[in-house]
Design a protein around this ligand. Sequence first.
Ligand SMILES: Cc1cc2nc3c(=O)[nH]c(=O)nc-3n(C[C@H](O)[C@H](O)[C@H](O)COP(=O)(O)OP(=O)(O)OC[C@H]3O[C@@H](n4cnc5c(N)ncnc54)[C@H](O)[C@@H]3O)c2cc1C
Length: 82
Amino acid sequence: MKDFFVTRERTATFAPTPGVGRLRPGARTKASGLYLAGAWTATGWPATMESAVRSGVGAADAVLGALGRPRPRHLFEFEEAA
Ligand SMILES: Cc1cc2nc3c(=O)[nH]c(=O)nc-3n(C[C@H](O)[C@H](O)[C@H](O)COP(=O)(O)OP(=O)(O)OC[C@H]3O[C@@H](n4cnc5c(N)ncnc54)[C@H](O)[C@@H]3O)c2cc1C
């Protein structure tokens, strides 16, 4: 006899609502030397692991740009909120 069960992780699913993109900040902030990374930032993707990776790359890119350091070839097109 085969057995199985189904689990549901309610916190794993996101529920974006219209206009929520405006609330998501980009990597750059008004505070000198402070950059944001996280799945919840303005990556153009829902708050998933893909978004977390993109946000990290975006934040690193912003830091390197501010330091005038060579920036690695972009892996992604950045989609920051205006
Ligand atoms: C149950 C569950 C299942 C999921 N399944 C999927 C999936 O199948 N696919 C998918 O794409 N996404 C999934 N997600 C979403 C995905 O895991 C998140 O979007 C992603 O991990 C967020 O990455 P992050 O780096 O922004 O934040 P996190 O991964 O949350 O990392 C933030 C880190 O900061 C640390 N931290 C917090 N406060 C402080 C502090 N004051 N000082 C120091 N450290 C601090 C935390 O401990 C944590 O390690 C799931 C999420 C949950 C909860």
